[in-house]
Design a protein around this ligand. Sequence first.
Ligand code: ZN
Length: 84
Amino acid sequence: MSIDYTIGDDIAAIENHPQGAFKKGDVFTCKSLITRDCCNSVQVDIGVKIERGFECGCGNRVEGTVWWFYASRFRKLDNLVQIN
Ligand SMILES: [Zn+2]
């Protein structure tokens, strides 16, 4: 899946996060993008912090204080507005 946004763009969630970190339609700013080795997925930093790391969608434990999310859960806000 291709990502239609980059760092600094306003992005909207297109689905609810399984653990409730965000809801469909919530808007964030893309702060950073990475490719995570454990499952070769592109992940996005939307400014959500977590104290003791998190579990990647593939089950791998990720250390640090940034809660990264699958980039495919978001779309660039401008593009969504044009579609709607
Ligand atoms: Zn992973």
